[in-house]
Unconditional design. Structure first.
Length: 295
């Protein structure tokens, strides 16, 4: 989305026969927001949103770097006034065991006993509907129902802040630092926190991984959430471990089945042990523990 006007360009790819985790990674890295839909015959239709007209050569090179071939695609300019009504409103809420996450465009407040989170509609589907976010929410629920009570939480790579806000809903005594390399992500996270009455327990910061003053100043954390990609997770493993309390937990996601061992090994080398692995299709999330025995 254009930060000055709110305009965007929608890129719709020809439907493909099956989900492709590598194509998901390409979409999340290249576009400011992305989604996938399913046609009546079960094919997968990938949709990306850009703040400016798409650079065809750059898009092709990025796809090649992720090892995917681009299908045919079409581009459509979407004025700001049409953004919600034409695109976002069609995306359904994200519902899990403990959460009901819905867009600000919804006219009615959902009647549910689950924890409700209202997310700015232009970003809700970009991360909240993704399988890896659902996996992280499942781990948050697991920790909560097991009686784990973190008081200081870090959401590294917060995006629209869904995981940070979900954690605040589960643990009313906790505070959260939400960090992202994208300044717009911090802005949107703060907006979402305010919309849900959680702004007083959340700090948002912009920076490159653990190299920012807010993250460092508030360390160590009882719980770190990081739903990004395999390579940055591996690169940040030493700093993650150093930022955890002695009995801390880390929920990591954004990687595929083939990359799971890499993630576990990288964090194992820093004194963390895997407690559980969750899967949806080919996506994976792992819960790591920093116990006294593993220090």
């Amino acid at each position: 989305m254009n930060t000055q006007t709110g305009n965007s360009w929608q890129i719709v790819f020809t439907p493909q026969e099956n989900d492709n985790p590598l194509f998901d990674e390409f979409m999340e890295n290249f576009f400011v927001a992305s989604a996938c839909d399913y046609t009546d015959d079960g094919k997968v239709c990938y949709i990306g949103y850009s703040a400016s007209p798409v650079d065809e050569q750059k898009m092709a090179l990025t796809a090649e770097a992720f090892g995917v071939a681009l299908p045919a695609w079409r581009s459509e300019f979407i004025p700001a006034a049409n953004w919600l009504t034409k695109n976002v409103i069609s995306f359904p809420p994200l519902v899990t065991e403990d959460f009901y996450i819905y867009g600000t465009h919804e006219e009615k407040t959902p009647d549910t006993a689950k924890h409700r989170l209202k997310i700015y509609a232009a970003t809700a589907f970009g991360s909240g509907q993704h399988q890896t976010t659902r996996l992280c929410l499942q781990f948050l629920s697991r920790l909560y129902h097991q009686g784990y009570k973190p008081t200081k939480i870090l959401d590294m790579g917060c995006g629209s802040g869904i995981l940070a806000l979900a954690a605040l809903r589960l643990w009313p005594e906790a505070t959260v630092v939400a960090s992202d390399i994208d300044p717009e992500a911090a802005t949107v996270t703060l907006r979402n926190a305010a919309d849900n009455g959680l702004q007083h327990r959340l700090s948002a910061a912009t920076g490159d991984g653990y190299n920012n003053q807010t993250v460092c100043r508030n360390a160590p954390y009882d719980l770190i959430l990081s739903n990004i990609l395999a390579r940055p997770l591996i690169e940040m493993a030493p700093r993650l471990s150093a930022s955890l309390t002695p009995d801390g937990r880390a929920v990591l996601s954004g990687f595929t089945d083939e990359q799971t061992d890499w993630i576990i090994d990288a964090h194992g080398a820093q004194g963390l042990q895997p407690a559980a692995v969750e899967a949806i299709e080919n996506w994976r999330s792992v819960l790591m523990e920093k116990t006294h025995e593993s220090r």
